[in-house]
Design a binder for this molecule. Structure first.
Ligand code: GLU
Length: 447
């Protein structure tokens, strides 16, 4: 297998699908050597099969806005790979959603889910619906219309969606309500990220951010460093950034920046518990403006319009917002200002050139599919609780999450340790995830 040849064929087949091609290229580059040591993979054409989704559902979603106007959006579910378990992955509501974006996310999800040690295949879905500026009623009507189509494609042993950008507890509630009404049977485990009174798992809202910080702790420990007292720049202010800020602060680090599409808030003395709580208010306001934090806490946060979190001096950068949010110039600026570690929490948050820059400059770097896997892992724990008709305690869920993040770190070290002793976490995560999915596909024949 030659990455270049496969990429050439794929780009001809899927022209313009930039994010999807970027995600595939990163994985192929990492696994090429290992793959070529296994002729049985080549014989079964594992790569050719693995880079294409099993199927994609596309549907029209029509709903009525608060002015009584008819609105039409597109909805999708990309069922990527079910070799190791039922399809599992979030729903993204964002105006920029395209099939390419969801294919990249579904592809990444397949490897990420394999890393969690839990039996989950990979999927992703969503819509180009833009939640910015929408009322709660509009969001409800959209979610209901979206589920009218989606419900036929999903099920607790078939495909289990959850949240992602633009989809949190409120949206999962509206989606679940409509699903239960349509199916006329109570399938508790058809969505994850549910509310605590209707089948949700304690700590699921915090899990992506908490898991990311547990992973960061392991990575720092391995490099003989600690997180205490370190300055952390976080991008975004949504659910993932919120969980990351909470855990980072609890572990004794100082979150000195959060950001939004409008700019960055510099928080010199570190974010406080009150400010972390306010992030939830900002998210549910649907305004998508980080300036609101500086308006609410003018003595603590300074807003700078049009700047990214990466302009604020820090030790550790945690991209928590969107794909490709950190480019090569950002990486250079971070390193110039003293940053020595970047753990990607968003899916594919860094451009490939930024990752190469970090790696060439010996900056500790770990990729999203390892760092952010705590979210979907806790979704897996939610499914287990649903199947058992039980709720575990916070302590039990947290211990399991800890254990899973430790295991993901160990898999990265096992597959990513280089001859000079350094650890290539990108390679490690990709090879570990790939080996598990490829073996499962091989053992189950040509299907
Ligand atoms: N959207 C999250 C992710 O990127 C969570 C998916 C899930 O819980 O199914 O992993």
């Amino acid at each position: 297998m030659k990455t270049q040849d496969i990429m050439q064929r794929l780009s001809a087949k899927h022209p313009g699908e930039a994010e999807y091609l970027q995600a595939v290229q990163e994985v192929l580059e990492s696994i090429e050597e290992v793959y070529n040591r296994h002729p049985e993979f080549e014989e079964a054409k594992i790569i050719e099969r693995m880079v294409e989704p099993d199927r994609i559902f596309t549907f029209r979603v029509t709903w009525i806005d608060d002015r009584g106007q008819v609105q039409t959006n597109l909805g999708y579910r990309v069922q990527f790979n079910s070799a190791i378990g039922p399809y599992k992955g979030g729903l993204r509501f964002h105006r920029a959603v395209t099939p390419s974006m969801l294919k990249f996310l579904g592809f990444e999800q397949t490897f990420k889910n394999a890393l969690t040690t839990l039996p989950m295949g990979g999927a992703k879905g969503g819509s180009d619906f833009d939640p910015v500026g929408k009322s709660d009623n509009e969001i409800m009507r959209f979610c209901q219309a979206f589920m009218l189509e989606l419900w036929r494609c999903i099920g607790p042993d078939q495909d289990i969606p959850a949240g992602d950008v633009g989809v949190g507890g409120r949206e999962i509630g509206f989606l679940n309500g409509m699903y239960q009404k349509l199916s006329r049977e109570y399938h508790t485990g058809v969505l994850t990220g549910k509310g605590m009174t209707w089948g949700g798992s304690i700590l699921r809202p915090e899990a992506t951010g908490y898991g990311a910080l547990y992973f960061t702790q392991h990575l720092l420990h391995k490099a003989d460093k600690s997180i205490e007292g370190k300055r952390i720049a976080v991008s975004g202010f949504g659910n993932v950034a919120w969980g990351a800020c909470k855990k980072a602060t609890e572990l004794g680090a100082k979150v000195v920046a959060i950001s939004g599409p409008d700019g960055v808030c510099e928080i010199k003395d570190g974010i406080t518990a009150e400010m972390i709580d306010y992030m939830l208010v900002m998210r549910s306001s649907n305004r998508n403006r980080v300036q609101d934090m500086a308006d609410k806490f003018p003595a603590k946060a300074k807003f700078v319009e049009g700047k990214k979190a990466w302009s604020i001096p820090c030790d550790i950068a945690l991209p928590c917002a969107f794909q490709n949010e950190l480019d090569e110039d950002d990486a250079k600026q971070l390193v110039k200002n003293g940053c020595w570690c970047c753990c990607e929490v968003s899916n594919m948050g860094c451009r490939p050139e930024a990752i190469h820059f970090f790696q060439h400059n010996h900056i500790l770097f770990a990729p999203g599919k390892a760092v952010n896997a705590g979210g979907v892992a806790t979704s897996g724990l939610e499914m287990t609780q649903n199947a058992q008709h039980l709720n575990w305690t916070a302590k039990e869920v947290d211990e399991r999450l800890h254990h899973i993040m430790q295991s993901i770190h160990e898999q990265c070290v096992e597959h990513g340790t280089q001859p000079d002793g350094s650890i290539d976490y990108v390679k490690g995560a990709n090879i570990a995830g790939f080996m598990k999915v490829a073996t499962a596909m091989l053992e189950q024949g040509l299907i």
